[in-house]
Structure formats: structure tokens, C-alpha cells
Design a binder for this molecule. Structure first.
Ligand SMILES: Nc1nc2c(ncn2[C@@H]2O[C@H](COP(=O)(O)OP(=O)(O)O)[C@@H](O)[C@H]2O)c(=O)[nH]1
Ligand SMILES: Nc1ncnc2c1ncn2[C@@H]1O[C@H](COP(=O)(O)OP(=O)(O)O)[C@@H](O)[C@H]1O
Length: 214
């Protein structure tokens, strides 16, 4: 008789990456997802950018000096890192490894550069979702509606949007963020299906052999 305990079917945690041009709604979607998915942990990035009103150090980002960031890179403490809008961003490695080994899924809000690096390091564990705005006009409206960036910053982000969006084909799933509730439901569907994938359940072979009486 093979062991048919839940343990046999425990799956490896997966790495769910959300990318989008700035202002398309990634942060909004991520927050709702984290409220609704108990097994999902956010990877909190380190960044050298300034804190925005309402942001919390250690929750939204680890806000660090350029010197501290350079130290983290040198000490190989980051799983990936990149420069975006003149600021440096990176994913601390240790919390991600810990969450995955505890069978938790990890949510990453990182850009295409970071996605490429994580894809190269963990091709079997990564699930990549790209979020598009319904239109360029709406993207601009959302950047202004957020009202946290100056006109100059918004112009810079709009100029960067086309560049970011040129990487859409490097992602597994594409969501057009018209309606937040629909977008969150779509990401939940992706998560649900990906969690059921055969490859994520190393104990499946023994389990099925047991069912077949082999
Ligand atoms: N490669 C990488 N990109 C990151 C990381 N954290 C955030 N980003 C990206 O950096 C960009 C700017 O993020 P942010 O300053 O929060 O602006 P926002 O996207 O407008 O909210 C976004 O595209 C994020 O996805 C990270 O750890 N690594
Ligand atoms: N589907 C949507 N419809 C309308 N406004 C949205 C939608 N998704 C996000 N927003 C708004 O757009 C702005 C940018 O969203 P945010 O989540 O901060 O984007 P990002 O993290 O991609 O930069 C915020 O003011 C947010 O409330």
C-alpha cells in the first residue's frame, strides 16, 4: 500500500510574477489578491526610491540607501535586481527561499528585467502574468489619479510604458485591467490552475501507483 497522506501530495510553492507598465494597476490587484489568497506571500523588494505617502517601510518596500543596496548586491543577498526610473530595485533572496520550502506561493511585483532573471534561475517554478491598461489614455489618467507623482514623473512613466509593454510576449498570461474585480478573479483562476499542475506535485507518481494497486 502506498502512503496516501496529504503529505505525499504536498506541492512545491510557485513564484507568481505580476508585471505591468507603471499605473496599470499591479499594486491594486496585488493587495486584493493577498487579502483573498491565504497561501500567498508577498516578496517585499528593497528599493532606493523615496517612500510615497501611505507606504510603510518593510511592508511595501524595504527603503534603503544606495550604499546599503550596493552592499546587498555584493553580498549576493538579492535573487534579482534592476534599475527602473533611475532607482534600484531588488528581491531579497532569503524570505523567498523560506516561503517556497514551506509550500507557500510567493507573489512578485517586479519589472521585465527581474522577470527574465528569475525565469533563468527557476524556470519550472515561475508563473508570469502581464497586466495591460485598457488604453494609453486610461493609463495616463490612472497615473494622474494616483496623484502621488509630479507631472514630470508621470511624463517619464508614460514614456517608459511603451518600453515595458514591448516585453508582453515574455509572459505566460496577459490580463487587460479594465475592471479590478475581474482582473483579480482572473489572477485567482491562473493561480488555481497552476497549483494543480502535475509537475508541482512530486509525490503524485507514488500516489497514483498506490491507487492502481501497483
Ligand atoms: N526587477 C525588479 N523590479 C521591481 C522590484 N520591485 C519593484 N519593481 C518594479 O519597479 C517598477 C517601479 O515600481 P514603483 O516605484 O513601486 O512604481 P509603481 O509601479 O508605479 O507603483 C515597477 O515596474 C515594479 O514592478 C524588484 O524587486 N525587482
Ligand atoms: N481597473 C481599474 N480601473 C480604474 N482605476 C484603476 C484600476 N486599477 C487600478 N486603478 C487605479 O489606478 C492607479 C494606479 O494603480 P496602481 O495599482 O498604483 O498601479 P501600478 O502598481 O501598476 O503602478 C491607482 O489610483 C488605482 O486606484
Amino acid at each position: 500500500m502506498s502512503d496516501m497522506t496529504e503529505n505525499t501530495l504536498q506541492r512545491r510553492g510557485l513564484m507568481l510574477v505580476l508585471s505591468s507598465p507603471s499605473g496599470a494597476g499591479k499594486t491594486t490587484i496585488s493587495r486584493l489578491l493577498l487579502e483573498r489568497e491565504a497561501d500567498l506571500t508577498l516578496s517585499v523588494s528593497a528599493t532606493t526610491r523615496k517612500m510615497r505617502p501611505g507606504e510603510i517601510d518593510g511592508k511595501d518596500y524595504f527603503f534603503v540607501s544606495p550604499e546599503k543596496f550596493a552592499e546587498m548586491v555584493k553580498g549576493d543577498e538579492l535573487l534579482e535586481h534592476a534599475t527602473v526610473f533611475d532607482n534600484r530595485y531588488g528581491t531579497p533572496r532569503a524570505p523567498v527561499e523560506q516561503a517556497l520550502s514551506n509550500s507557500r506561493d510567493v507573489l512578485f511585483d517586479i519589472d521585465w528585467q527581474g522577470t527574465q532573471q528569475v525565469s533563468a534561475k527557476a524556470p519550472n517554478d515561475i508563473v508570469r502574468v502581464f497586466i495591460l491598461p485598457p488604453s494609453l489614455e486610461e493609463l495616463e489618467r490612472r497615473l494622474y489619479a494616483r496623484a502621488q507623482d509630479s507631472e514630470e514623473v508621470v511624463r517619464g512613466r508614460m514614456a517608459k510604458a511603451a518600453d515595458e509593454m514591448s516585453h508582453w510576449a515574455e509572459y505566460d498570461y496577459i490580463i487587460v485591467n479594465n475592471d479590478v474585480e475581474q482582473s483579480v478573479a482572473d489572477v485567482q483562476s491562473i493561480l488555481r490552475a497552476e497549483r494543480l499542475k502535475r509537475d508541482r506535485k512530486p509525490g503524485l507518481d507514488g500516489f497514483v501507483r498506490g491507487l492502481r494497486g501497483a
